[in-house]
Ligand binder design. Structure first.
Ligand code: IFM
Length: 457
C-alpha cells in the first residue's frame, strides 16, 4: 500500500501516452510508405534483441481493446501519434485516404470511450523519400511538415483535444543526426545543428497550420531535466551550462522567447530572425517529458555513456554516473529532478510560459515484467517510480508551477526503439507471441489514484 496522495487542483488531468511506430505494427497495411526507422531496424545488430516492429503491440488492429483499457483506467487523455508515412507515403503530395481514415476511427473510438485524444504528429518516423532528400538537414522538410500538419488538422481539428507537433526533437537531433544511435543513424556531431533549426521551424509552421484549421490546445513534448554539474569546479560548471543549452534551452528559448541561447543563432541556416517569429508562435501548453536528471562534467578526452549511447570524446562535456536506484534503461531515478525542472521552467520563462503538462513519465522494470505463478505482474518498482514522480509534480504545483496534467508513458508495453522488446514501459503487459493484454499491478495503482482524486472533487 502506498501513502494516500495529496489532492491535485480541480481540472488536473491524468493521461497516458504512446507512439505509432512503437505500438501499431502493420507496417505494410493500407498504403503506408516506408520510414527511416524501417530501414534502420533492418540493419543486423541495431536492435538489442533482434526483434522487429513489424507487429509490435498490434495497436493498428487492436486499438479498440487498448482504448477500452485506458477508459477503464479512468484516465482523461490518450496521447498517441500519427505516422506521417501513413498519411503521405512519400512525405508530400498525394494523401493516402486509408491512412487518414485509420486515425479518424482511432479518434472517434477515444471520444466514444470518454477520452480526450491527444495526437502527436511526428514521433521520429520520417517518410523515407523525405530522408533521401536530406531529411531534417534540409529546410524543405520543415515546409513539407507544415503541409502534412495542415492535412491532418483539417481532418481531426474538430475532435482532437490536444496537439503535439513533434515529439522530443532533441533526441532526433542528438541521437539521430549527431551521434547516430537512432535512425537515420548519422554521425554529424555539431554539423547536425541545422536539424535543430529545421525541426523548430517545422514546429512553428505546424502550430500555425493546426490553429488555422481550428485546432485547440497546441503544445510540445520536449524532454527537460535539470543538468547537475559533477562538482563546483569552473570546468564542470561550464560543461553543465553547455550541455543544458544543447539539450534544453536551444529548444525552449526559441519556442518561448523567440531567440536562441547565446552563440547559436549565428550558426543556424536560413532567415533565422524571420523563422524565430514563426517558431515562437504562442502555445496553449508546454509539455515536458521527464525520466532522469542529467549529470555532466568537464571532458577528459575519453568517451562517456548516457544509457547505451556513447558521447564522443570530442564533445565539450561528459556524462557522470552516480550510485543509486536506476531505471531499466540505466537512468538515475530522481523524482526531485522533475520538481526542480518544472520550477526552473516556471522561473526561466515567466509570463512567456503557458501551463505545463508532464507529457511523459515512466520506467521499464526488467525482472518484474512477466506474469508470476499467480498470473499477475507485480511491477512494484514502476509503482514506486510513478508514485514518487506524481508527488514531485504536486510539490512543484505547491511551490508555484502551473502544471495541468500528468501522462504516464505508456499504456501498454511496446517497441522501445534500439532496445526492442527488452524494455517494457506499459501499465499493461503484452505477450508478443499472442498479443494478449494483461494489466499489471501498476495499472490498478493508477486506476485507484485517478479514482481517489475524482472522489475528492
Ligand atoms: O519510448 C520512449 C519514447 O518514444 C520517447 N520518450 C522516452 C520513451 C522511453 O524511453
Amino acid at each position: 500500500m502506498t501513502r494516500p496522495l495529496p489532492r491535485f487542483p480541480a481540472g488536473f488531468e491524468w493521461g497516458v501516452g504512446a507512439s505509432a511506430y512503437q505500438t501499431e505494427g502493420a507496417l505494410d497495411a493500407d498504403g503506408r510508405g516506408r520510414s527511416t526507422w524501417d530501414v534502420f531496424c533492418e540493419h543486423p545488430g541495431r536492435i538489442a534483441d533482434g526483434s522487429t516492429p513489424a507487429t509490435s503491440a498490434g495497436f493498428y488492429d487492436r486499438y479498440p481493446e487498448d482504448i477500452a483499457l485506458v477508459r477503464d483506467l479512468g484516465a482523461d487523455v490518450y496521447r498517441f501519434s500519427i505516422a506521417w508515412p501513413r498519411i503521405l507515403p512519400t512525405g508530400s503530395g498525394e494523401v493516402n485516404a486509408k491512412g487518414l481514415d485509420f486515425y479518424d476511427r482511432v479518434v472517434d473510438e477515444m471520444l466514444a470511450a470518454g477520452l480526450k485524444p491527444a495526437p502527436t504528429l511526428y514521433h521520429w518516423d520520417t517518410p523515407l523519400p523525405i530522408e533521401e532528400a536530406g531529411g531534417w538537414m534540409n529546410r524543405d522538410t520543415a515546409l513539407r511538415f507544415g503541409e502534412y500538419a495542415a492535412v491532418v488538422a483539417e481532418r481531426l481539428a474538430d475532435r482532437a483535444a490536444y496537439w503535439i507537433p513533434l515529439n522530443e526533437p532533441v533526441v532526433l537531433s542528438l541521437l539521430g543526426y549527431a551521434i547516430g544511435g537512432y535512425a537515420p543513424g548519422q554521425e554529424l556531431l555539431f554539423e547536425s545543428l541545422p536539424t535543430v533549426h529545421h525541426q523548430l521551424l517545422a514546429h512553428g509552421l505546424s502550430v500555425q497550420a493546426i490553429r488555422a484549421a481550428g485546432g485547440r490546445s497546441i503544445g510540445t513534448a520536449n524532454p527537460h531535466a535539470p543538468t547537475w554539474p559533477g562538482s563546483d569546479s569552473p570546468e564542470d560548471l561550464a560543461a553543465a551550462a553547455f550541455s543544458a543549452d544543447l539539450t534544453d534551452w536551444i529548444w525552449g528559448d526559441p519556442i518561448l522567447l523567440g531567440r536562441y541561447p547565446e552563440g547559436y543563432a549565428e550558426g543556424m541556416p536560413g532567415p533565422v530572425a524571420e523563422d524565430l517569429e514563426v517558431i515562437s508562435t504562442p502555445l496553449d501548453f508546454y509539455g515536458v517529458n521527464y525520466y532522469s536528471p542529467q549529470r555532466v562534467a568537464a571532458p577528459t578526452g575519453e568517451p562517456s555513456l548516457i544509457q547505451e549511447h556513447e558521447i564522443p570524446a570530442e564533445m565539450p562535456f561528459r556524462a557522470v554516473e552516480v550510485d543509486g536506484p536506476k531505471t531499466g534503461l540505466g537512468g538515475e531515478i530522481n523524482p526531485d529532478g522533475l520538481r526542480e525542472i518544472l520550477l526552473t521552467l516556471t522561473e526561466r520563462y515567466g509570463e512567456s510560459l503557458p501551463p505545463l503538462i508532464v507529457t511523459e513519465n515512466g520506467t521499464s522494470q526488467p525482472g518484474t515484467e512477466e506474469p508470476g505463478p499467480d498470473g499477475r505482474i507485480h511491477d512494484d518498482g514502476r509503482i514506486d517510480y510513478l508514485d514518487a514522480h506524481v508527488r514531485a509534480v504536486h510539490q512543484a504545483i505547491e511551490e508555484g508551477a502551473d502544471v495541468r496534467g500528468y501522462w504516464v508513458w505508456s499504456p501498454t508495453d511496446n517497441f522501445e526503439w534500439t532496445y526492442g522488446f527488452t524494455q517494457r514501459f506499459g501499465l499493461v503487459h503484452i505477450d508478443y507471441d499472442t498479443l494478449v493484454r494483461t494489466p499489471k499491478d501498476s495499472y490498478s495503482w493508477y486506476q485507484q489514484l485517478i479514482g481517489a482524486q475524482r472522489d475528492q472533487l
